[in-house]
Every structure is written in C-alpha cells, then in structure tokens.
Design a protein around this ligand. Structure first.
Ligand code: CAO
Length: 522
C-alpha cells in the first residue's frame, strides 16, 4: 500500500460536472472526519464535501473552478490511515481459514439468525474505498428480509471476497479492510466473526434498552434508513415498517424517534412490542391524496432538503426549551426613526434587527454559555461573536452570519445584513458566509405573529426568535397604565447546556438592553 488515500466526491445525487467553488484545506493540514474539504456549487445548491476520515492532506487534486462528478478524486491523504494500518498487528482475531495480512481486518458475515446461504444482492464498496464504521458494505436478501452488513470499523477496502449472487452464511469473509482503528477493531472483530452488534454506537440519543443488533440486522430496511437509525439510535427491530411488505421507511424511523421511544421506552414495554411506553406508534399514513381531489407533486428543492435534514436532526437531538418574554421598544423605535432620518442620504436603512444583533452581543457577553458549543462533555466558549440571522429566500431558509458583530456599528451591521440577505435570496451566498455563527436570531417581525419556538442552529446552543412589535398597555404598579410598543421574544435554548433560570435572565437582560440601549455601554 502506498500510504496515500484518495478522497473522492461522494454520491451527490443527480448532479454532474459541479464546479468547485471553495477549497478549505491545503497540503499539510490535519483533517478530522467530517471536516469540510471543498464546496461545490451547482445551479441549485451549494454542497460541502466533508472528509470521510481523519488524515493529513498530502495534496489537493482540484482547484477552484474545476468541474467534478461523483468518484472524482479531490484530495489525497497521506499516512494517518494507510501507513499506520500497515504497521499494526493483525486486527482480525477470529480463527479463520483465510489469513489476513498485517493491519488488515477480515470482515465476515455476522450472526444472521437462522438464515443460511443468503444471496448477496448488492455490494456498496469497491477496493480502495474509504469506509467509516457503520457504513454499509453489502446487502443480503433472504426470502424474508433484506439485511445489510455494516463496516465494523473505519478503514480502506483492500479486497472484496464476494460478488453479487454469491450465497453466504454466518462467518463467510466479505472483504478485507485495511485499518488503523485498533480500538474499534478490538471490540468489533474479536472474538467472533464480525457482527454489526459490535460496531461502536456513535448515537446522539441514548437508548436505555440498547439496540437489539440481531433484530436490527434482520429488519427490513435500506442502507439510508439503517444509517439514519444508527445516527438516531433508533432500534430498527422495534419499528413497524409502513412501506411495501413492511419495509421500514425513513419516516417510520422519524416517527419512532419523534414519539420519544428511543429515550423513554421502559424495558418491559420494549420487550412487549414497538411503541412508546407500551403504546404502539402508528406507521406514517400513506394516503393517496388524489382520491380526494386534484393534487400536484413537487419534489423539495436541494436547499430545502438540506435545511430539512439539519432542522430535523437539531430538533430530535437537542432538548429544546423555549422561554418567552417581551421588550419595551418604545424608545428604541423613536431612536430608530430618528436615526433613519439622519441616515437618509447614506442609503442605509435601519430595521430593528441590527439593534437586536447589538443587544444579542451585549447579552452574550454577560452570559457566555449562550455563546458556546458542546464538544462531547466539554463546553467550548467562543471569544468571538458571530451572529447568524434567518433569511427567508425563494429556495428556503438560510442563515447568513454577521462576523465580529461586536466590532461593527448598527449601520454597518444593517448594510452587511442587506447585502447578505440579497446574496441569499439570489442564491449567490457562499458557504463561508453562513458558517461560524455563535448565536442566531430569527425575526418574523416584518411579517407578524406573537411567539414561536425557533429551532436551535447546531452547534449553537440558543436562538432568539422575534415577532412583530405591537402596542400594549403596561403598568409597573397596577395603578398607572401606559401604551408601550412591545416586542415579543422567544428564546430557545439547549437544556443540556443552559438552565431555565439562566435563560430567563438572558431574556430579561436582552429586553432591558433593547428598552435602553445605553446598557450596551455597561
Ligand atoms: N416589529 C415590527 N416591525 C418590524 C419588526 C418587528 N419586530 N421587524 C421588522 N419590522 C419592520 C421593519 O422595520 C420593516 O418596516 P419598514 O419597511 O416600514 O421599515 C418591515 O418590517 C420589513 O422588515 P424586513 O423583514 O425587510 O427587515 P428585517 O431587517 O426585519 O429582516 C430579514 C431582514 C432578512 C431577516 C427578513 O427579511 C427575513 O427574511 N425574515 C424572515 C426570517 C425567517 O424566515 N425566520 C423564520 C425562521 S424559522 O423558519
């Protein structure tokens, strides 16, 4: 093995010849799995290609402007995986008629119950492919179920030992995997043939009963659904499929998780059947709407699909709580109108939003855990204040980021916001203009509404939702009343990081700053 690993453009759907618009790495960079390598932009969407593994960049094969399709090599890694893997001892422990070279694991058919001589119906990898633990390797199909064999550990496919149509049983060698992942290898491969049950669970949602791996392997579901189930720690064996012949669909997994089953189902209920606390979840309704009237079908755009996946993950994984409050913006509104008159000739127009960005920075400085991110069990406090704002665009929701908002004036923020919102609406915004945010504001104030529950933009830990300011009678003592322009605030926060009292204080401070901007000086 040369010690050089080709990192290729993954499956990007039907897109072909997509221009590279940005390159995030250079030779010598140390990259972690999931770090972005390059950004591609088709006429419909901007896509980032994340690294499938840890490694050190040897060379960047593409340049900005190159057009690439699935399978094109974009970056070459050196060392990390390949060479170390070569140097390691054999990680395949089970006694085997096939001897594996050093650093190479034999991946075998796991325990698949009573099934024997099951045909291989699909092979998802080829020699040279880099795979991560849990990536599907092959699919087997018996007369009763489709089973997928996932990689038990990360590595590079050396050699495939089966072909489509071959009939295999437990213990049969599927492929050879060059790996450096000894910890995963130790738990994954020894002492019995590789079983999906031993793959490390990288699940963000805990499943108290643990996943029944045999049932998981036997569940009737495709690779993407299995991957989703792994990510969400959903026990496929307990999900009732609503597809043809009981095939488990993505929405079945989502409904299972949404119902809280993964987190809340007691053992007894888990044993007695699918559902939440013993109550069976209904499969997602499959309705032929055309039976009831004319319909039109339109596939979601690429950006909507991407944001849907992000929103869904964030909603499922983050324990959200939303705290509502209101700010008296009577004086701020007068000031805003006055400043707009003064700025008339400059062409800059101030809405409330840039003031809210300033109020957010001031409040985040006072409550730093709101300007942080979770990294495992560690909270990463950021000493920069990059504020994202939700922008409604014809393609869907986008969140451009105002960098270093603490260092910018209100008119500067207003100007930048207009420029970013325009780029977003025209589909010209670049990925880096939507990255690095530390806190977001979602304003529906130009439209209406009173309160809503914004979804946190991970890895941020809080988001401020704002609705339309309205006049309301206020009284400080219950005796004298005054009409005040009142701004509804809805702060969603990650309860793993933030407590309710801190959230209430955050809102009070934010509202106080908006009520009297002089507080920014304190
Ligand atoms: N209360 C009362 N009036 C408000 C207001 C509020 N909270 N916020 C804005 N307004 C007013 C503005 O002052 C402006 O009035 P004038 O035209 O009379 O000056 C008008 O409403 C329109 O404002 P705007 O929406 O153009 O500007 P903005 O700076 O408030 O917002 C942007 C910019 C890009 C955030 C906005 O256009 C947008 O896209 N909002 C939608 C965000 C969204 O979709 N959030 C939901 C995400 S969750 O799905």
């Amino acid at each position: 093995m040369s010690g050089v690993i080709d990192i290729k453009v993954p499956d990007i759907g039907d897109f072909k010849e997509v221009p590279v618009i940005e390159i995030f790495v250079k030779p010598g960079d140390k990259v972690k799995a999931e770090d972005p390598l390059v950004a591609l932009e088709s006429d419909k969407a901007t896509m980032e290609v994340p690294s499938p593994r840890d490694g050190v960049v040897k060379s960047v094969v593409v340049k900005v402007g190159d057009k690439v399709s699935e399978g094109a090599v974009i970056v070459q890694f050196v060392g990390a995986g390949a060479e170390q893997a070569e140097a390691r001892p054999v990680v395949s422990a089970p006694p085997s008629p096939v001897s594996a070279p050093a650093g190479v694991a034999e991946v075998r058919v796991p325990d698949i119950g009573d099934f024997k001589d099951v045909p291989v119906i699909e092979i998802f990898v080829k020699p040279g492919d880099s795979v991560k633990a849990e990536d599907p390797l092959i699919a087997l199909e018996s007369d009763k179920a489709t089973m997928e064999v996932p990689a038990p550990l990360s590595g590079t496919v050396r050699e495939i030992k089966v072909k489509t149509g071959d009939k295999v049983s437990e213990g049969a060698i599927i492929l050879l995997l060059a790996t450096s992942d000894t910890s995963a290898a130790a738990s994954s491969v020894a002492p019995s043939p590789v079983a999906p049950s031993s793959a490390p669970a990288a699940a963000p949602v805990a499943h108290p009963g643990g996943v029944d791996e045999k049932a998981f392997a036997l569940a009737y579901a495709g690779p993407a659904v299995r991957k989703l189930a792994r990510e969400l720690a959903a026990d496929l064996g307990k999900i009732r499929g609503s597809g043809n012949h009981g095939r488990i669909l993505r929405e079945d997994v989502e409904a299972f998780i949404k119902g809280g089953a993964a987190a809340a189902k007691p053992q007894a209920a888990a044993a007695s059947g699918s559902g939440v606390g013993g109550i069976d979840l209904l499969p997602w309704p499959k309705i032929d709407f055309a039976k009831f009237g004319p319909v039109e079908r339109k596939e979601l755009g690429r950006i909507k699909k991407i944001s849907a996946a992000n929103l869904h993950r964030n909603w499922v994984v983050i324990p959200h709580v939303t705290t509502h409050d209101e700010a008296d913006i009577t004086d701020l509104e007068q000031f805003r109108v006055k400043m707009n008159k003064e700025l008339e000739k400059s062409g800059v127009k101030l809405s409330l939003l840039p003031f809210m960005v300033k109020a957010a920075v001031c409040t985040l400085k006072k409550f730093p855990e709101f300007n942080a991110s979770l990294d495992g069990d560690t909270l990463v406090y950021k000493n920069y204040w990059h504020i994202g704002f939700a922008a409604d665009t014809p393609n869907g929701l986008m969140v451009p980021v105002i960098r270093d908002a603490d260092k910018k004036s209100v008119p500067e923020i207003a100007k930048e916001m207009n420029e970013l919102a325009k780029l977003a609406r025209e589909g010209k915004i670049k990925p880096d203009q939507m990255q690095g945010g530390t806190f977001s504001i979602s304003s529906l104030g130009g439209i209406g509404g009173i309160y809503f529950t914004p979804i946190i933009n991970a890895p941020e830990v809080a988001i401020m939702g704002v609705c339309k300011g309205h006049w309301k009678q206020h009284s400080a003592d219950g005796k004298t009343w005054a009409s005040r322009l009142t701004l509804p605030l809805s702060l969603s926060w990650d309860h793993r990081v933030i407590d309710g009292a801190a959230a209430a204080r955050f809102n009070v401070h934010f509202a106080n700053v908006l009520a009297d901007l002089r507080r920014v000086l304190f």
